[in-house]
Design a binder for this molecule. Structure first.
Ligand SMILES: CC/C=C\C/C=C\C/C=C\C/C=C\C/C=C\C/C=C\CCC(=O)SCCNC(=O)CCNC(=O)[C@H](O)C(C)(C)COP(=O)(O)OP(=O)(O)OC[C@H]1O[C@@H](n2cnc3c(N)ncnc32)[C@H](O)[C@@H]1OP(=O)(O)O
Ligand SMILES: CCCCCCCCCCCCCCCCCC(=O)OC[C@@H](O)COP(=O)(O)O
Length: 377
C-alpha cells in the first residue's frame, strides 16, 4: 500500500472530511434559511443564491468521488446529442442498483454545470436528513410518499412550480422506485407476469405513474428525456464508505437523448412507452455484461477543479478554528470539558455514520418487498 493510499484509509482523514462536510453543511443550511425573506421579494434571486449554496454542499461529495477516490466516470452517448447536455432542462431516467448511483449522477451534473440546480423525485424520508435533506428543501426538490393517492396532487404541484425556474436543471427519476435487491426483483417480476409484460433481468419493473406525471407537468419546460443506464466495470459494488476509504471505481453511463415530443401524452400509452424503454435498458445491460462496454461511442468529459477548490476553501475556513479550539481544550486541563467535547465528537461521528447508512442497500426500505394482491390480469 502506497503512502497516499495509507493516508486515505486512516480514520483521522475520514474524520476531517466528515467534519468539514457536516460543519460547512450546517452553516450553509443556515445561510439558506436566511434567504427565506428574499423569496417574498425576488423569488428568482433567492433561487439563484440557493443553487450556489447547494453547490457548496453537493460538490463536496463529488470532490470525494472524483478527487479523493479518483473514481472515473465514462459517458457513452451520441456525439450529436452531447452539445445539448447542460444547455437545456431535461428529465433523467436512471436505473437504481448501486449505492452511489446518485453520486455518479451528481458527478455528471457537475461536469455539465447543472449540479446546484439538479433535482430528483425523492422519497419523503430523505427530506429530514440533516444537511442534504435540509438543502433540498431550498432547492425545490420534489418529495413523494410512494403512495399514489397521496402523491398525485403534491408531485404535480411541485413540478408546476418549476415552470419558471431560472437555470437549466436535470430532474432525476428512479422509475424502479427503490434499489434493486433479488427479493424486490422477484416480487416485481410476479407483477410483470400478472400484467403480461416481458420479464426484466437487470431492472425492477418500473413504476409508471411518477414518470407520466413528470412528463405531463414538465412539457414546455423540459426539452428531452435522458435515458441513462449505469454500470460498473469488473462487477464492482461501490459504496460511500469505499469512496471515503479512497477506493477507486470505474463507472460507465450510457445516455440516449429522447425529445419530449416523442413521448405519448395519454397515461396508458406513456406507461407502455416506459415499459418498452426498460426492456431496451435491460438489453443494454445484457450487452454490457457480455462485452464489458455499452453500445456506441464514448466521450471524454474531464472532471473540473471547482469541486476541489470549494472543498479546500471550506477546509481552510473550518480546520483552523478547530485547531485553536483543540489547543485551548488541552490547555484548559479541565477533565469535564474534555469529556464533554469527546462525547460531542463521538455523537457527530455516529450521526455521519447514520447518514452514510441511508445510502446502503442492506439498510434499505421494505418498499417493493411484499407480494401485492393483484387483481389486474
Ligand atoms: C448526460 C448525463 C445524463 C445523466 C446523468 C444522470 C443523473 C443525474 C441527474 C440528476 C441528479 C439529481 C439528483 C441526485 C441526487 C440524489 C438522489 C437521491 C435519491 C433519491 C431517490 C429516491 O428517493 S427513489 C424513491 C422515490 N422515487 C420514486 O419512487 C420514483 C418512482 N416511483 C413512482 O414514480 C411512483 O409511481 C410514485 C412514487 C409516484 C407512486 O408510488 P406507488 O407505489 O403508489 O406507485 P404506483 O402507483 O406507480 O404503483 C402501483 C402500480 O405498480 C404496480 N406494482 C405493484 N407492486 C409493484 C412492484 N413491486 N413493482 C412494480 N410495480 C408494482 C401495481 O400493480 C400498480 O400498477 P398500475 O397498473 O395501477 O400502475
Ligand atoms: C464529503 C464526502 C463524504 C461526506 C461524508 C458523509 C456524509 C453522508 C452523506 C449522506 C448523503 C445521503 C444522500 C442521500 C441520497 C440517498 C440516495 C438513495 O439511494 O436513496 C434511496 C432511495 O432512492 C430508495 O430507497 P430504498 O427504497 O431502496 O430504501
Amino acid at each position: 500500500m502506497g503512502l497516499i493510499q495509507l493516508l486515505k484509509s486512516q480514520f483521522l482523514s475520514h474524520l476531517i472530511i466528515c467534519y468539514v462536510f457536516l460543519a460547512s453543511g450546517l452553516i450553509i443550511n443556515m445561510l439558506q434559511f436566511c434567504t427565506l425573506p428574499l423569496w417574498l421579494v425576488s423569488k428568482q434571486l433567492a433561487r439563484r443564491i440557493n443553487i450556489r449554496l447547494g453547490y457548496c454542499i453537493s460538490s463536496q461529495m463529488v470532490a470525494a468521488l472524483e478527487w479523493w477516490s479518483g473514481t472515473e466516470c465514462t459517458l457513452y452517448t451520441d456525439p450529436k446529442s452531447y452539445p445539448l447536455y447542460g444547455n437545456e432542462k431535461a428529465i433523467v431516467v436512471l436505473n437504481h442498483s448501486y449505492e452511489i448511483d446518485f453520486l455518479c449522477g451528481w458527478s455528471f451534473c457537475e461536469r455539465f454545470g447543472v449540479l446546484g440546480s439538479s433535482k430528483v423525485l425523492a422519497k419523503q424520508e430523505l427530506r429530514y436528513l440533516p444537511v442534504i435533506g435540509w438543502m433540498w428543501y431550498f432547492l425545490e426538490i420534489v418529495f413523494c410518499k410512494r403512495k399514489w393517492e397521496d402523491d398525485r396532487r403534491t408531485v404535480a404541484e411541485c413540478l408546476q412550480n418549476l415552470h419558471d425556474y431560472p437555470e437549466n436543471f436535470w430532474f432525476l427519476l428512479f422509475c424502479e422506485g427503490t434499489r434493486f435487491t433479488p427479493k424486490k426483483h422477484e416480487v416485481s417480476m410476479q407483477v410483470a407476469e400478472s400484467k403480461g409484460l416481458p420479464k426484466l433481468k437487470y431492472h425492477l419493473l418500473p413504476r409508471t405513474k411518477g414518470f407520466w406525471v413528470t412528463v405531463q407537468n414538465l412539457r414546455g419546460t423540459a426539452a428531452a428525456v435522458y435515458d441513462s443506464t449505469l454500470n460498473f466495470r469488473n462487477k464492482e459494488a461501490p459504496t460511500l464508505l469505499g469512496i471515503l476509504n479512497g477506493k477507486k471505481y470505474h463507472a460507465d453511463l450510457y445516455v440516449r437523448r429522447i425529445p419530449l415530443e416523442l413521448i405519448p401524452e395519454g397515461e396508458a400509452e406513456c406507461a407502455a412507452w416506459l415499459h418498452k424503454l426498460y426492456q431496451e435498458k435491460d438489453s443494454f445491460q445484457e450487452h454490457y455484461t457480455q462485452k464489458g462496454c455499452f453500445p456506441g461511442p464514448s466521450v471524454s468529459h474531464p472532471r473540473r477543479p471547482w469541486v476541489l477548490i470549494n472543498w479546500i476553501f471550506w477546509a481552510c475556513m473550518l480546520l483552523y478554528p478547530l485547531g485553536l479550539l483543540l489547543v485551548q481544550l488541552v490547555n484548559s486541563g479541565s477533565m469535564l470539558t474534555i469529556l464533554v467535547s469527546v462525547t460531542l465528537a463521538c455523537a457527530a461521528s455516529l450521526g455521519v455514520r447514520w447518514m452514510i447508512g441511508q445510502t446502503e442497500i442492506d439498510r434499505g426500505s421494505s418498499y417493493g418487498n411484499k407480494e401485492v394482491p393483484l387483481n389486474n390480469n
